[in-house]
Write a protein that binds this ligand. Structure first.
Ligand code: GLN
Ligand code: ZN
Length: 782
């Protein structure tokens, strides 16, 4: 029997205890020297390579380590450093130094002049953020970092067989942004590929046999010239002296399958978790000289794999490919937590259903042994354990709650629609709230001060009793209500002091959710998140926010907004169960929130905001799948919201500016008011709303285009905000406009928030006074 090679596309670099985060942050603060930081990096790499060997992988992966981001590593490797960070060529050894690297990532570093950081955005459909490569007229490429080569030498000196992983040239270019007017990214292809060729030659000279080039762009809709770029690039790279494994993940190859199998490289990696159906076509069309690496263990989720079942689906592939079959997780394990063994407080039943990065390595190894017919006792034990755990999971009463399924089955179309159309509701709401034109409000949170955090920490540690903790939070609410009244805001919020995080807070109170102690996943740079696990049917045992909102409302005559996180956002920022469609889980969350909305209304809360900041990022990678997603996402929002009477006002909030793709869906959500981020785009995005409004009778209804950027510590001037709102009023009828910041204020300090809001309220007053002179869209249209 031939042996199946086992590898991983990448391993988490942060460390099981977030050691990398701590070291990097200490370096930024000047508490750790550069040499000490480098040492810690080397220590982590060594440990992670050892993990891979201990698990039984045939090679260790070198190149997945980064002090900030692997895409930034690639940018620096090819010398793509934007001019504002100084001339790289001028440096003594011609290499980009660590502080320049950090300045590109975050604008500043212990040494060097601060400069605007590179833009950061989500890597495909993950919650991992990469630094967007910038391209300029006259861009040239050359090897400008020795790190990758040094790491190869390092791994070799530790006695490991090495496979190198690197962002592929086309995906790097695909993720890049042209910063010079009229510069076509593809015009830089030749230069870029030449440098990649030199990199590969250097790796060959170091004795590297295989290089994995990550090309997830192949799972997206590619314009013809980009498909051709793949052929051009790989035709040139084939002679570089190493074997190339083109790695695709996060989806199926779809119409790029022929292109991918035909590239003149020695291997192809595909994601069989997201797209198992592509295996047959791959087996039929793969040239007989090529290795096929099958990504069979889910690199995006934390559930234990069904090893017995998986092994049987691999039989045909094994029979047809023999030695040419490799196995791996579906994508880099960067997207899952490091080690389940560190979860000592997770209850044992649930823990048995899970696998984190370290456990996923074991799973792939056992699978390979099983299909090769060389199972050891340990492998047999693992398969048997998985069998038992999965059987228990399928049956567990903690997961399956008949009443949840029954309720979902009873949902009717009418449950997802408000009783009356927006215009009728708006009239009832105007009558009820009597708000001025350009009403002012905020997005929900107020500064999370040291004292608030300390109180929560003490409460969690048991050093502060429940009654004392709640009293502290009530004090905080009273304070923010008073401050908002003094500022003269029209619609108040309670400030969200009692919330650690907008998803975790709700997850902790809902059935079907669990939380880890150390389940950290890198989000960007040194920032990690600990997503909740949604393991079972979601239920709301009791009201979650009502007592806080009720208390806050009791302190003021102004309307108090109830504040909830929407179903799509809760889903999107969690690890979601894989035993039913995501849409079903989302509907369950929506029903739980619907009950909360109804309870808030019953308690006299007249305005309820359901935040959906993650709605857009849930968009599938292929456009053909967008509509199906948007349909259920919108339906879930409505299921949460559409339980209220006409005179109860539903708000939603989204903090991003690219609306063109989803404008129809936003209108279909039919919220009475939507607050969005616009301040950084100079109200440009309102064009989408305006065009939409002209072409259709339904929503978007009222809009609060954020008038100031809460990410910046600067206090916005009144005149500036007035100006923005006048621009908004040119596009949207003034009677539909609200005035608010562009997101929550929890990361700011009161010293900035108070003057900023005071100016904002003044701006609204001025707008009202000068309404007749403001050229309004409504007036223009008439
Ligand atoms: N209500 C939340 C807050 O103000 C919204 C946060 C968000 O959109 N990310 O903090
Ligand atoms: Zn926001």
């Amino acid at each position: 029997m031939t042996t199946t090679q086992v590898h991983t596309l990448g391993y988490p670099r942060i460390g099981a205890r977030r050691e990398l985060k701590k070291a990097v942050e200490a370096y930024w603060k000047g508490e750790l020297s550069r040499a000490e930081l480098e040492q810690e990096g080397a220590r982590l790499r060594k440990a992670h390579w050892q993990d891979q060997r201990d698990a039984g992988l045939d090679v260790v992966t070198v190149g997945d380590f980064a002090f900030y981001d692997q895409v930034l590593n690639a940018s620096v490797l090819v010398g793509a450093v934007p001019p504002r960070f100084g001339k790289v060529n001028g440096r003594v050894d011609g290499n980009v130094d660590l502080d320049t690297y950090f300045r590109m990532a975050r604008g500043r570093a212990p040494s060097g002049e601060p400069a605007a950081a590179c833009e950061m955005t989500k890597y495909f459909d993950t919650n991992y953020h990469y630094l967007v490569p910038e391209l300029y007229e006259g861009q040239t490429f050359r090897i400008a970092s020795q790190r990758l080569f040094e790491e190869v030498a390092e791994a070799k000196s530790q006695g490991h067989p090495v496979k190198v992983a690197l962002t592929g040239p086309i995906t790097w270019l695909w993720l890049a942004k042209s910063k010079s007017e009229g510069l076509d990214r593809l015009s830089l292809l030749d230069g870029l590929v030449a440098t990649y060729g030199e990199i590969l030659a250097r790796l060959a000279a170091l004795g590297v046999e295989w290089v994995q080039l990550d090309e997830p762009a192949l799972v997206q809709d590619l314009p013809g010239e980009w498909q051709r770029a793949f052929e051009v690039a790989y035709n040139k790279l084939q002679s570089a002296g190493v074997k190339l494994l083109v790695a695709t993940y996060f989806g199926g190859l779809g119409d790029n399958l022929g292109l991918a199998v035909g590239l003149p490289v020695e291997g192809l990696h595909v994601d069989l978790v997201r797209a198992p159906q592509q295996l047959t076509a791959l087996l039929d069309r793969l040239p007989s000289y090529k290795v096929l690496s099958l990504g069979v263990i889910d690199g995006r989720n934390i559930w234990r794999a069904d090893l017995r079942q998986l092994a049987s689906t691999l039989e045909e592939a094994k029979a047809r490919l023999g030695e040419r079959l490799w196995l791996a997780p579906s994508c880099s394990l960067l997207h899952v937590p490091v080690d389940l063994d560190n979860e000592t407080r997770l209850d044992p039943e649930l823990k048995r259903w899970l696998a984190f990065a370290r456990q996923k390595l074991d799973e792939v190894v056992t699978l390979a042994h099983r299909i090769d017919g060389r199972e050891t006792d340990i492998d047999r034990q693992r398969v048997a354990d998985a069998d038992r755990a999965l059987a228990a999971r399928r049956e567990s009463r903690r997961i399956h709650k008949p009443q949840v399924a029954e309720r979902l089955a009873r949902v009717e179309a009418a449950d997802t629609r408000r009783a009356s159309a927006y215009t009728i509701r708006a009239a009832a709401q105007r009558e009820r709230f009597k708000l001025p034109l350009f009403p002012t409000t905020t997005i929900g949170s107020f500064p999370q001060t040291q004292e608030i955090r300390a109180a929560r920490r003490d409460f969690k540690r048991g050093e502060l009793g429940l009654a004392d903790y709640e009293a502290r939070m009530r004090e905080e609410i009273a304070l923010v209500v008073e401050r908002q009244e003094q500022l003269g805001l029209d619609v108040l919020v309670h400030g969200e002091a009692e919330r650690n995080d907008m998803v975790e807070y709700f997850g902790e109170q809902l059935g079907g959710f669990a939380f880890t102690q150390n389940g950290w996943v890198q989000s960007y740079g040194s920032r990690c998140v600990k997503p909740p696990l949604i393991f079972g049917d979601v239920e709301r045992p009791e009201a979650m926010t009502v007592r806080w909102s009720e208390y806050a409302q009791s302190l003021t005559d102004k309307p108090m907004k109830g504040m909830l996180t929407g179903p799509v956002t809760i889903l999107q920022w969690s690890f979601v169960r894989d035993d039913q469609p995501r849409a079903t889980t989302c509907r369950q969350i929506a029903l739980a929130l619907r009950d909360e909305v109804a309870d808030l209304e019953r308690a006299g809360i007249g305005i309820i905001q359901i935040d959906e900041p993650a709605l857009r990022e849930g968009l599938p990678l292929r456009q053909a799948e967008w509509q199906a997603y948007l349909d259920w996402a919108v339906e879930c929002f409505q299921l949460s919201a559409a339980v209220v009477r006409d005179e109860t006002q539903i708000h939603t909030h989204m903090c991003y500016a690219e609306f063109n793709d989803i404008i129809g869906a936003i209108a279909a959500m039919d919220a009475d008011v939507i607050t969005i981020e616009t301040s950084r785009s100079d109200m440009e995005l309102l064009d989408a709303f305006q065009d939409f409004g002209d072409s259709s009778k339904i929503g978007p209804n009222e809009i609060g285009p954020g008038v100031y950027d809460i990410h910046s510590p600067n206090v916005p001037e009144k005149a500036w905000m007035v100006n923005l709102m006048i621009k908004a009023a040119e596009k949207i009828p003034a009677e539909r406009l609200w005035v608010n910041p562009d997101c929550g204020l929890k990361t700011r300090g009161w010293a900035e928030v108070e003057p900023a809001l005071a100016n904002m309220v003044e701006a609204a007053r001025e707008l009202r006074k000068n309404l007749s002179t403001i050229c309004c869209a409504s007036a223009k249209r008439r």
